[in-house]
Design a binder for this molecule. Structure first.
Ligand SMILES: O=C(O)CCC(=O)C(=O)O
Length: 275
């Protein structure tokens, strides 16, 4: 049992009931078939291609909640909202979702901190990583470095050319000998601090596919200087408003909500190449 404040992560069991888990798995397949609408990088799969063949094509689809009502609803589940208000505070918004498929042979992601990529003004970024299959060391579960969030320090990152990972840059300047794997049962979630160092290793193929639905949240009281530009913010440096309210009040509701982030397959290059 981990202590969130001290360790920077916690496991929440049974976030998805068996029935909902089955629905989300089926939805993942529909998304990858192109049946839920256009996704940059996803080809429409005809009936001839098997579900497995379709799923094997993609490592990660970004922003699936934009085209999937089911994944939108999962991101705002009361059980998740309840955990997040305990961690973040009463007002919580979401800005990102990712659907990882990670079939056999697909790479992992090198050590990183999510706050490096989604820079909240108040350092409240929190991830919810829901296992859609049992996540094991063999199929590429997450590894975390307990307590690495505590300094609220962003370790520098740089390009890496390690074949175990996609091209996500790797954070450095720390020792990782205390890293631990977090194996999860399908339907359970790992909730973790945006400053927690984490990584995943490739799927060896011994335990099948390792799908996961990942969503990112922060305090709605804080601004989010994230891309791309929003209204009255030509550089995109003031406040990202393509958000979903998950709990409480939005003190910036008067700004309105934008719809600018488009679902896409994790691209080659730009920190996301898929080897
Ligand atoms: O699921 C994975 O393999 C990596 C996920 C991750 O690193 C993240 O969500 O920040």
């Amino acid at each position: 049992m981990s202590n969130y404040a001290q360790d920077g992560f916690m496991v929440v069991d049974n976030v998805l009931s068996p029935g909902l888990l089955a629905e989300v798995r089926a939805e993942a397949t529909s998304i990858c078939r192109g049946d839920r609408g256009a996704i940059e990088g996803v080809e429409l799969a005809g009936p001839v291609q098997s579900d497995t063949a379709v799923l094997r094509k993609y490592l990660c689809v970004h922003f699936p909640h934009k085209i999937s009502k089911l994944l939108y609803d999962v991101a705002v589940l009361p059980k998740i909202a309840g955990v997040l208000t305990g961690v973040i505070g009463p007002n919580v918004k979401m800005m990102q979702s990712m659907l990882f498929i990670k079939a056999e042979g697909k790479p992992g992601q090198a050590w990183h901190q999510d706050e490096t990529h989604i820079p909240t003004r108040d350092q409240s970024l929190t991830a919810v990583w829901i296992a859609l299959d049992d996540a094991t060391v063999e199929n590429g579960c997450l590894w975390v470095l307990p307590g690495s969030h505590r300094r609220k320090f962003l370790y520098p990152d740089r390009e890496q050319h390690d074949a175990r990972f996609d091209c996500t840059k790797e954070a450095h300047g720390f020792t990782d000998e205390d890293a631990i794997p977090v194996e999860l049962e399908a339907g359970s979630a790992l909730v973790f601090d945006g400053h927690l160092l984490h990584r995943s290793l490739p799927n060896t193929g011994k335990h099948g596919m390792r799908r996961a639905y990942v969503t990112h949240y922060m305090s709605a009281d804080s601004l989010l200087p994230w891309f791309p530009p929003g209204p009255g913010d030509s550089m995109g440096t003031v406040d990202h408003r393509d958000i979903v309210m998950v709990a409480g009040e939005d003190p910036y509701a008067f700004k309105g909500i934008t719809d600018v982030m488009r679902p896409h397959v994790r691209p080659a290059g730009e920190g996301g190449c898929v080897r």
